[in-house]
Design a binder for this molecule. Structure first.
Ligand code: DX5
Ligand code: ZN
Length: 228
């Protein structure tokens, strides 16, 4: 199994103080910073754009994992890559094989990785299965996109197991990122079923000590790895 990675989602912090959210990632020893971009069309919220990503980029060298929950990713992909995203994730619901290949080629030219996300009730489409080895991460959403602080939808677990089996059969070592409602209490379930990148919004930023919450999640995840 791939190494556990903790990815705090800054959406759960005060959006007027995102610099501090990134500093918390650094102080807590997070592996990557998860940046949720929402356009009010693909999901019912509006967050921030490439300008904000660019400004946050100056705060640290951590991997920037930008999750685009937007209707027209092809229009903005280059801007988010140039702003300093290292892994740029698109939703399978708004792509097809051809669009994916164009975005993948763009990311490769810029030396970046591309991720693919699926909403809780979306199965991995055929065109994505054929291209899993091109992915830097597959993001399995365990809440409906839009807001931090929702509870994890455990009905997604069988899909997670199917994806993990598919990756094992194909010998693919792509990260499987779990996004939505990750808390210390459910980390075991998620890791047991094959998730290795844990996105946590409220699971980090709503805790009394967010810096410490990052190591707490990592401890729980490592225990789960040992037990499997
Ligand atoms: C939801 C976002 C998530 C969210 C995670 O649309 O993609 O990344 O911020 O926050 P929690 O962990 O609080 O569900
Ligand atoms: Zn996200």
């Amino acid at each position: 199994m791939n190494q556990i990675r903790i990815a705090p989602s800054v959406l759960a912090w005060d959006l007027g103080d995102l610099g501090r959210a990134v500093d918390i990632c650094v102080e807590g020893g997070a592996d990557q910073v998860h940046l949720d971009v929402i356009d009010g069309h693909f999901a019912p919220n509006i967050t921030f754009g490439p300008g904000t990503v660019k400004d946050l980029r100056r705060r640290c060298d951590l991997k920037f994992d930008t999750h685009l929950m937007i209707e027209e990713p092809s229009k903005y992909a280059e801007k988010f890559l140039d702003a300093g995203s290292d892994l740029l994730t698109f939703h399978a619901e708004v792509l097809d094989g051809r669009k994916f290949e164009e975005l993948h080629a763009l990311a490769l030219r810029k030396g970046k990785e591309i991720g693919l996300a699926v909403k809780p009730f979306t199965e991995l489409p055929g065109w994505a299965v054929e291209r899993i080895s091109d992915l830097g991460a597959l993001v399995v959403m365990t809440v409906n996109p839009g807001f931090s602080g929702q509870s994890m939808d455990m009905s997604v677990m069988p899909k997670l197991e199917r994806i993990r089996s598919l990756f094992s059969e194909e010998g693919v070592r792509t990260d499987i990122e779990i996004d939505g409602g990750v808390e210390p209490e459910n980390v075991h379930e998620v890791v047991k079923r094959g998730g290795n990148v844990l996105v946590a919004g409220a699971g980090v930023y709503s805790k009394k000590d967010p810096v410490q919450a990052i190591s707490h999640l990592r401890e729980r995840a490592n225990l789960a790895v040992k037990a499997t």
